[in-house]
Design a protein around this ligand. Structure first.
Ligand code: NAP
Length: 278
């Protein structure tokens, strides 16, 4: 890559959605409408916005969404019952529990209750384990989006050194596993990593999954590196100091318009995959 490439998430997301249209039509001729159930617990405004965006994206493509909004006082047991009833509902193909849930709820227990065939957001430990072993059906959507962007733009991870900054269960860890499965040599960094900049400076591929605005600095970027910024912070700011990093990078995802839109399209794809029984 000689010129700098802006990895446009909207282009990738539209390509994913375009491919889904005929598959959704084919399902409908068989009397099946893909359906994503979303569960929102409490009144967190950002969570409410994310759930609304996901519902709108479903509607635009002709995917049903079943929106369940539970009171912030909901107990873990009540949430588990709700998830269980969605597991048993044959009209529901995917279940998304919007997180974070209120503190008094056992979030891990709630995630683990989601049936593996409906775990379209890749939050169960079984789904994560299968992803890590290389045969997972539905990896977490943001890691899946990062790999999809790389595939779309012909960025081959094989033999490259990928440095992932962040190790959360939904992002840093699974994206590290996916990159390893693509034959990258992976370094996963976190808050206890010493000399973080020195690690990032060795990266051919940098994945930012930190949750801190403009955290990755321009002079940490090896000339020609590819940067995938999963961060999404207040004010539509990513985890990468965009302009400074762009100066050294060969390719970069912007924020907004990078990883975010592709994440939603992967959620739709997984829901359609599930409706097809894949
Ligand atoms: P998270 O659960 O808070 O995890 C952040 C990770 O960053 C942790 O592993 C943490 O290390 C590490 N970290 C924190 N400070 C660090 C430091 N100074 N140096 C090195 N590592 C550090 O966040 P998340 O859920 O993974 O999300 C990360 C970002 O991605 C956020 O901006 C979030 O909004 C965004 N996100 C975007 C999408 C999307 O669709 N685009 C989806 C999900 C998340 P420890 O493990 O040691 O604490």
């Amino acid at each position: 890559m000689s010129e700098k490439v802006i990895l446009d998430g909207n282009v990738v997301a539209n390509a994913v959605k375009e491919e889904l249209k005929s598959r959704i039509d084919a399902l409908k001729t068989k009397g099946i409408t893909p359906c994503l159930a979303t569960i929102l617990v409490g009144e967190d405004p950002s969570s409410a916005t994310y759930v609304r965006m996901k519902g709108n994206a479903c509607a635009k493509l002709g995917i049903d969404s079943k929106k369940i909004h539970l009171d912030k006082e909901t107990t873990t047991e009540q949430l588990l019952e709700t998830i269980q009833s969605l597991n048993e509902d044959s009209n529901v193909h995917g279940i998304l529990l919007q997180h974070p849930v209120p503190d008094h709820i056992d979030e891990r227990k709630a995630f683990e209750t989601i049936a593996i065939d409906k775990d379209v957001d890749g939050v169960t430990s079984l789904g994560y384990g299968q992803t890590a072993l290389g045969f997972g059906k539905y990896p977490s959507c943001t890691p899946a989006a990062i790999l999809k962007i790389m595939e779309h733009y012909g960025i081959d991870a094989s033999g490259k050194h990928a440095v992932v900054v962040g190790r959360s269960p939904i992002l840093g860890k699974p994206v590290s596993a996916l990159l390893l499965n693509e034959d990258a040599t992976v370094t996963t960094c976190h808050s206890r990593t010493k000399n973080l900049a020195e690690h990032v400076k060795q990266a051919d591929i940098v994945v930012a999954a930190v949750g801190k605005p403009n955290f990755i600095q321009g002079d940490w970027i090896k000339p020609g590196a590819v940067i995938l910024d999963a961060g999404y912070n207040k004010g539509n700011v990513g985890d990468v100091d965009y302009e400074a990093c762009l100066a050294n990078a060969s390719a970069i995802t912007p924020v907004p318009g990078g990883v975010g839109p592709v994440t939603i399209s992967m959620l739709l794809k997984h829901t359609v995959d599930s409706a097809e029984g894949k």
